[in-house]
Structures are given as structure tokens and as C-alpha cells.
Design a protein around this ligand. Structure first.
Ligand SMILES: [Zn+2]
Length: 308
């Protein structure tokens, strides 16, 4: 059952204690009761208000162990407020915004939280796109336009896949790709589109192998007049993505962090018709206890290893 507060006041009343937050996470993580993360059995003792011990393998852990909240020194109440804030802002938030709203002492902490929550926006085990899919690539970042099939300095190539639901845009997937070669594009497509789907692309040779892989491939002609919009859905999503990156993040996205932003955009876009912000909060909290902890070290290493 989907259980979430509908309003800010409802949220404030419901999550006013650590216990209430823990209990909420418990029901999201183990809707049918504790399951040992190590051995999968259900026999457990509740050793104190926060720890569970498996009766079979002696595993002991809290409801937050193995989730993005693992080892946090801050109250869950604050995390819950971060999740509510992030999901209630339609356009997304910056680390500075989070820091100010939550009164966090350090920008670094705000930045880490935002990245952990972005990582949770990717739905674990999510379904691939299916049906009719429009696909193209776009360059993100950099100053000069890039040439296709080659690397462009300071730019990152992103594969954009959009479901065509009777000429209306369905779900999307965004994937960073190394280049526009057949190998890179084919790997990205098979990673986000279900077999036997109908795929529409332009005539770029990088998509030439799709029909051999069980997809129905339709390449729209490339002798189109200038300005003719052959892949209108992809083009619309790309322009919204770029506007969002510039508007919310001032375009200051490092290539090594781009995946997080693409995840956030996808999460928001695929739920754009959700009328209840509370439901977005529920989804984010649910996914936050379903993904492995994204360790600070991992993000920090990513930030400093010069991969951009
Ligand atoms: Zn166990």
C-alpha cells in the first residue's frame, strides 16, 4: 500500500521523531517484516529500538544498514526533510539550496546528500523501455558544437531514448556513451530498451546493427530539409534537459558527475504527471532503502580523480 503524507503539514506531523522516520523506512524496506540481508531468512530478534538480529546467521543491523542512510551521523528527520524538499521542488534543487533550507553547516555535506539521493532516483531493477522508441544522441557541456563519431573536447555524449505512446511522450532513459560508434550505441540501447521493440533513429551508421539484435529498426531518411524535425520527441526531451541543466545547475555539470544529473532528470521527467508531490517523496524514500550505500569516499574519489 502506498502510504505518504499529502501536504507539508502532514509531513511535519508525521515525521517529527527519529522513531517515526525509522518505522517508515522499515515498512518501505521490509513491507512483510524483517528479512535478513545476509541469509534471506525472516527469523529475527529486535534487540533494541534500532537493531535487528537474524536468528539463523547472527547478522545484526539496523533498518538503515546497507542503504544510503548507512553510517549517517545526522538525524533521519533531516534526511526526510531533504527528500521532501527535493521532491517538492518541481525543477530540482542545488546543493546550496539544500544547505540553506536544512541549515547544514557544511556545503560538502549538502553536496554529498544530494548526490546520494540522486543515486537513489534510479529505480533498482527498473523496466526497460518498450513499444516504439525514438533514439538519438546529444552533446552536453563544452562550448563548440561537436562532430559526430569523434570525441569533442569538454563534451559528453548522451544517448536519449524516448517512448512514443501514440505520438505522446512516455518514459525516457538517458545514458552517457563514450562515443557514437556502433559498439557504444548498441550497448547503451540494449541496456535500456526491451528486445523486439520498434526503434526509430536517424541514418547514422552507429545504429546499423540494431535490426540484427532483435529490434525492429526504422531509420528515418537523412536527406531531409534543414530544420525538418525528424525525431521530434527526442528533440523536445533534449531541449528540456539542456534548459534544466542551465536553469537549475547553471550548466556547471562535470562530465564525471553527469550520470547523477541524468538520473535526477529522468526521475522527475518520468513522474512529471504525478499529481501528488507526496508520492514522489514516497518513491524516493522507497528507493533510498533499496539501493546500496553510495559511499562518500566513492563520490569524493570521483570528484577528484581528474576524470573530467
Ligand atoms: Zn541471516
Amino acid at each position: 500500500m502506498e502510504d505518504f503524507p499529502q501536504t507539508l503539514l502532514g509531513f511535519e506531523e508525521r515525521f517529527s521523531s527519529e522513531e517515526a522516520c525509522r518505522e517508515y523506512l522499515f515498512h518501505l524496506r521490509w513491507p512483510d517484516g524483517f528479512v535478513c540481508p545476509r541469509c534471506g531468512l525472516r527469523a529475527a530478534w529486535h534487540t533494541n529500538r534500532d537493531l535487528y538480529r537474524c536468528g539463523s546467521c547472527d547478522y545484526q543491523g539496523s533498518v538503515t544498514a546497507g542503504t544510503i542512510f548507512q553510517d549517517t551521523k545526522k538525524p533521519l528527520r533531516l534526511w526526510f526533510r531533504a527528500m521532501w524538499y527535493i521532491t517538492s521542488q518541481r525543477q530540482g534543487v542545488s546543493a546550496l539550496g539544500i544547505q540553506q533550507v536544512l541549515g547544514l553547516g557544511s556545503y560538502r555535506t549538502a553536496w554529498m546528500w544530494l548526490h546520494k539521493l540522486r543515486a537513489a532516483m534510479v529505480r533498482p531493477g527498473r523496466d526497460n523501455l518498450s513499444g516504439t522508441i525514438e533514439i538519438d544522441e546529444t552533446y552536453i557541456g563544452g562550448v563548440k558544437p561537436g562532430k559526430r563519431g569523434r570525441g569533442a573536447l569538454g563534451k559528453t555524449l548522451v544517448l536519449v531514448a524516448v517512448e512514443d505512446k501514440n505520438s505522446r511522450i512516455g518514459r525516457i532513459r538517458l545514458r552517457q556513451v563514450r562515443d557514437a560508434s556502433a559498439k557504444s550505441l548498441t550497448t547503451a540501447v540494449t541496456g535500456c530498451v526491451a528486445p523486439e521493440s520498434m526503434i526509430r533513429t536517424d541514418c547514422w551508421k552507429g545504429y546499423g546493427k540494431l535490426s540484427q539484435l532483435g529490434f525492429t529498426h526504422h531509420a528515418v531518411r537523412h536527406d531531409a530539409h534543414v530544420g525538418e524535425n525528424l525525431l521530434p520527441m527526442v528533440n523536445l526531451v533534449v531541449s528540456l534537459l539542456k534548459r534544466w541543466l542551465v536553469g537549475t545547475h547553471q550548466g556547471a555539470v562535470r562530465p564525471s558527475h553527469l550520470d547523477y544529473y541524468l538520473d535526477e532528470f529522468t526521475f522527475r521527467f518520468n513522474r512529471r504527471t504525478s499529481r501528488s508531490r507526496g508520492k514522489l517523496f514516497y518513491r524516493l524514500a522507497q528507493q533510498a532503502v533499496s539501493v546500496s550505500p553510495l559511499m562518500g569516499k566513492q563520490i569524493a574519489g570521483d570528484r577528484h580523480n581528474g576524470n573530467h
